[in-house]
Design a protein around this ligand. Structure first.
Ligand SMILES: [Zn+2]
Length: 302
């Protein structure tokens, strides 16, 4: 099935945030959640509000449990709430039973704080790979309508290099996948939008990539972490006594101060909305399909 929006030559792109703390995401998922995440989330909410962008926040259950005011603030700002699981363990390191317990624990926290069951999911560190593709049917039977967890690239720790590059339906379950955005270059898929790439890639290159996709009627999806634009993040963790190698310190600190201007430029040129909104608009606008073809999409804006 195609995902080509024939009515809108300039598609709406998806903006996403993985709501998590730097230590668990980058160093070790078992580390304590620090108050840095609170400051970083509020800074990001102000930034998105200033640019009038409504995003999807994939929330980590453990963070929300420790700081119960965060998720209500994100929801009140008009953003869609999805799940990033509970403990940020990589899926291919878990058994299917452990994975199911993790997403259920996260759903309980998220639903109790936001009043809604999350229907979108993002895997920790894109850890749905060929080794963990059993995760899709488990997400589907736990009420998820979509996942944005597969990076169609070849990386040491993540990626399914031959996965489709644009939103598609999983073959063996009732689930949409919105894969992370790549561009094709010399026969390779290269990651384009998000996380550290937002710090490392020139804004002009990212803009050119999105422009080219949008001209083909394809939506891009951007992902960001609340700590990505916090300039003192890595040195704060080092000051607290966390062990951080020099290479990691350098790579993780690089060009954080450039992120707001880069994102601001993208927000000025392109249209962005939550994943639920993008999937709903694109699918239902396709004249070959009707809302009845996708009853799950009716949930997206309910
Ligand atoms: Zn994460």
């Amino acid at each position: 099935m195609g995902f080509h929006n024939r009515h809108h030559p300039e598609p709406i792109n998806a903006m996403t945030v993985d709501l998590e703390d730097w230590g668990q995401a980058v160093l070790d998922p078992r580390l304590p959640v620090t108050p840095r995440v609170v400051e970083n989330v509020y800074r990001l909410l102000d930034f998105l509000d200033a640019h009038k962008v409504r995003a999807t926040f994939f929330a980590l259950g453990r963070v929300c449990e420790q700081y119960p005011d965060l998720l209500p603030a994100v929801a009140a700002a008009g953003h869609e709430i999805g799940s990033h699981g509970y403990g940020h363990e990589l899926i291919y390191n878990l058994t299917p039973e452990q994975f199911e317990a993790d997403i259920r624990q996260a759903t309980t926290v998220i639903e109790s704080q936001s009043g809604r069951r999350p229907i979108g999911y993002r895997a920790p560190a894109f850890s749905i790979t060929n080794r963990s593709s059993w995760a899709g049917p488990i997400l589907s039977r736990n009420g998820f309508c979509y996942s944005s967890s597969i990076f169609p690239v070849r990386k040491r720790r993540y990626g399914i290099p031959d996965a489709p590059r644009f939103p598609y339906r999983w073959a063996d379950c009732d689930l949409w996948e919105f894969p992370l955005t790549t561009v094709r270059l010399a026969g390779w898929n290269l990651p384009l939008c998000g996380g550290g790439y937002t710090r490392l890639l020139p804004a002009a290159l990212m803009a050119a990539g999105i422009r080219s996709l949008n001209r083909q009627g394809r939506p891009a999806i951007l992902y960001l972490h609340p700590y990505e634009m916090a300039t003192g993040e890595v040195s704060w963790f080092r000051q607290q006594g966390y062990s951080i190698s020099s290479k990691r310190y350098f790579m993780q600190s690089l060009w954080r101060s450039r992120v707001p201007a880069r994102l601001g430029r993208l927000f000025a040129e392109f249209r962005f909305a939550s994943v639920g909104e993008v999937l709903r608009l694109n699918s239902i606008d396709d004249p070959a399909q009707t809302p009845e073809d996708h009853p799950e999409l009716c949930l997206l804006n309910s």
